[in-house]
Ligand binder design. Structure first.
Ligand code: GLY
Length: 365
């Protein structure tokens, strides 16, 4: 089954690569075609994911046109790398699926340069009082104490920078941030906060406001998925058993809240009358659970990942050539006006996870 699904994904990505003209997609429009963030916002956090899919399918198929399109996007992102106003906590999302994948496959020195510049900028966001990497940007420092669960996924850029340079400082910062997330983000039931606010001068924890979920205390499903995958990745890089414990608790919460349909709601605490879904949470969690299964030596996590991916493949995947996206029902944020639409990172993590099941693709984290 998974070989057939991987074949369908490859066919569609090749087709879309040929017709999307080198764009950097985020969502699809009403015509089912990808939009293009190149001139809209080159610093947008999702701008690495289409290139990531292209690299994954290039690694699988060897089709040179996929590599050429991915390299073109990596080059375009240099404009983001030189714009301080757009450099933020999401550098891992932007440069691991682009420069990271490129360097892993080709040893391109320009990719190494990009990885080290992005990692240095990310390391510069570390707050030594609170031991966290600050989220987002502002002009007046009002958000200087904000940290978010998503940021765990950017830490591999720092671990990678230490491996590449032999300088442990990058990995030390990543491990300190992961430890802060382990202590402050997970609740006793295994669910997690999206945002935790620290006093940036003293490091004291001051609040946990609602973020992209339903509200304070709710369980934004993509945040739970970032926790599953992010804690697992930091465990793999540090071997700190606290992080494995947090990954398993996040995973157990996620798995315990999968509805009978197997489809993931935008927030696990939303009412039964709310139909907001998030395929991206399902795909991210599945890819993270596949790593966790190996890290924890527990096959139940692999079985849960397979169930999530089977549900996506059977109920939410659009393999037709008429549209550009694969997955169909995602939500950016619970309080957005628009729900149940395509998102480029859902497709990336679905592709990554399906290839993992086959022992194929590349590990970029
Ligand atoms: N990292 C932002 C999000 O998950 O929407």
């Amino acid at each position: 089954m998974w070989t057939e699904i991987a074949g369908k994904i490859s066919e569609k990505i090749l087709l879309v690569c040929r017709r999307n003209g080198g764009g950097i997609p985020y969502m699809t429009g009403p015509d089912g075609r990808f939009d293009d963030r190149t001139d809209k916002n080159i610093s947008w956090w999702t701008n690495g994911f289409w290139a990531g899919s292209l690299w994954q399918i290039y690694a699988l198929t060897g089709r040179e046109e996929l590599k050429a399109a991915a390299v073109a996007i990596e080059n375009k992102l240099d404009r983001a790398l030189t714009d301080a106003s757009g450099m933020d906590h999401d550098s891992g999302f932007k440069w691991l699926p682009t420069a990271g994948a490129d360097y892993a496959l080709t040893k391109n020195p320009a990719s190494l340069n990009r990885l080290l510049l992005a990692a240095s900028d990310l390391a510069g966001r570390f707050n030594p009082r609170g031991s966290f990497l600050r989220a987002w940007n502002d002009r007046d420092g009002k958000n200087a104490g904000w940290a978010i669960i998503d940021c765990l996924m950017n830490l591999p850029l720092l671990y990678r920078a230490s491996e590449l340079t032999g300088d442990p400082r990058f990995a030390q910062i990543a491990a300190l941030h992961a430890g802060t997330a382990a202590r402050h983000f997970q609740r006793p039931d295994g669910s997690c906060e999206h945002i935790v606010v620290f006093d940036p001068a003293t490091g004291e924890r001051v609040a946990a406001p609602g973020g992209q979920g339903m509200g304070p205390g709710s369980a934004w499903s993509r945040g739970q998925a970032w926790a599953v995958y992010g804690f697992t990745l930091s465990y793999l890089h540090t071997k700190d058993s606290l992080l494995l414990d947090r990954a398993k608790k996040s995973a157990d919460y996620f798995i315990g809240h999968i509805p009978a349909s197997g489809l993931i709601p935008a927030d696990f605490l939303q009412g039964a009358d709310c139909d907001f879904e998030d395929d991206s949470a399902a795909a991210i969690a599945a890819s993270g659970l596949l790593e966790l299964a190996g890290a924890a030596g527990e096959s139940r996590y692999r079985h849960a990942a397979e169930r999530l991916l089977t549900t996506l493949a059977e109920k939410r995947c659009d393999f037709s050539p008429d549209t550009d996206n694969l997955l169909t029902r995602c939500s950016v944020s619970f309080h957005d006006a628009r729900h149940n639409h395509a998102l480029i990172y859902a497709d990336y993590f679905f592709t990554e996870a399906v290839l993992k099941l086959l022992g194929k693709g590349i590990f970029i984290w």
